[in-house]
Ligand binder design. Structure first.
Ligand code: KIV
Length: 310
């Protein structure tokens, strides 16, 4: 058993639901767009409360939640399971479901069917997929079903084997030109926004200026129209994080402290104390003891009475 999740009053109260039109309007007004990943209900609530514009249920969940070495093993079922939890926790942010490896690369029909599941079954507002010119048919087909699509260029983790590792992209003139072309093609195909991951800051700023749709950067410098981070990295849940991450907390240390303290308390019978325990009326207790003919053994009784004294 645990506490009942409550939708407590939040900083989000009075906000309007963020839509793809809000993204566009922010870019036009020069207002930055904030996005974070979330994979579960309480994190979605916290991200919403902080007033963040968008939540990406990233396939990064394969690495930071499920412990895989990369995102390739993540399935549609994994994604939908986590998207459902997030959509129950977040009210205002735009919710974007990340299409996992092999859910859109085979046929356009499969891409549309899988994209549709994100909206129909798990409460997402839009989907994201990786890749440029090779994905235009999938993007157009998904859009034709009325589903907004976010693109993703630069370091595209589902192609980690092709890219030769998780490394910065588009660092040559030719690769930079190719990325710009891909970005323009995705915009023309109808993407409402693009993630630019691990590309040179000046290239990301250039692409952001050339596009009408907003770019969301991760490891792509300050010149993007918005920023996204993997929440587990931002919170310091792991000892190692990519160079482009800024840690805003150190939760791995805090977790270790809390778990160690809990163990020490339990070992010393200092937890649970009386305020953590449920009691019954003395009369009912006496009647119970009478009926059973047994008493608590001495050691247990001592522990119990000393906990009452604390
Ligand atoms: O899966 C993910 O979290 C992502 C972000 C890193 C953009 O794609």
């Amino acid at each position: 058993m645990t506490t009942t999740p409550q939708n407590t009053p939040t900083q989000s109260e009075g906000r309007k639901k963020v839509t793809t039109a809000t993204f566009r309007a922010n870019k036009e007004r020069g207002e930055s767009i904030t996005m974070l990943t979330a994979y579960d209900f309480p994190t979605a609530q916290a991200v919403d409360r902080a007033g963040i514009d968008a939540i990406l249920v990233g396939d990064s969940l394969g690495m930071v939640v499920l412990g895989y070495p990369n995102t390739l093993p993540v399935t549609m079922e994994d994604m939908l399971h986590h998207c459902k939890a997030v959509s129950r926790g977040a009210r205002y942010p735009l919710l974007i479901g990340d299409m996992p490896f092999m859910s859109y690369q085979t046929t356009t029909a499969e891409a549309v069917r899988n994209a549709g599941r994100f909206l129909q079954e798990s409460g997402m507002d839009a989907v994201k997929l990786e890749g440029g010119r090779d994905r235009l048919d999938a993007v157009r087909a998904i859009l034709s079903a009325g589903i907004p699509v976010m693109g993703h260029l630069g370091l595209t983790p589902q192609s980690v084997n092709l890219l030769g590792g998780f490394r910065p992209q588009a660092r040559t003139a030719e690769a930079a030109r190719c990325l710009l072309e891909d970005a323009l093609m995705l915009q023309d195909a109808g993407c409402f926004s693009l993630v630019l991951e691990s590309v040179p800051a000046r290239l990301a700023a250039f692409v952001s200026q050339r596009l009408d749709i907003p770019t969301i950067g991760i490891g792509a410098g300050v010149g993007c129209d918005g920023q996204v981070l993997v929440t587990h990295d931002l919170l310091g849940l792991f000892e190692r994080a990519p160079k482009f991450v800024k840690r805003y907390a150190n939760l791995s240390t805090e977790m270790a402290r809390a778990f160690t303290e809990y163990k020490a308390d339990v070992d010393a019978h200092a937890f649970p104390a009386v305020e953590h325990s449920v009691e019954m009326p003395d009369g009912e207790w006496d009647e119970f003891i009478e009926a059973t003919g047994h008493r608590l053994d001495e050691a247990a009784f001592q522990r119990f009475t000393s906990s009452l004294a604390r």
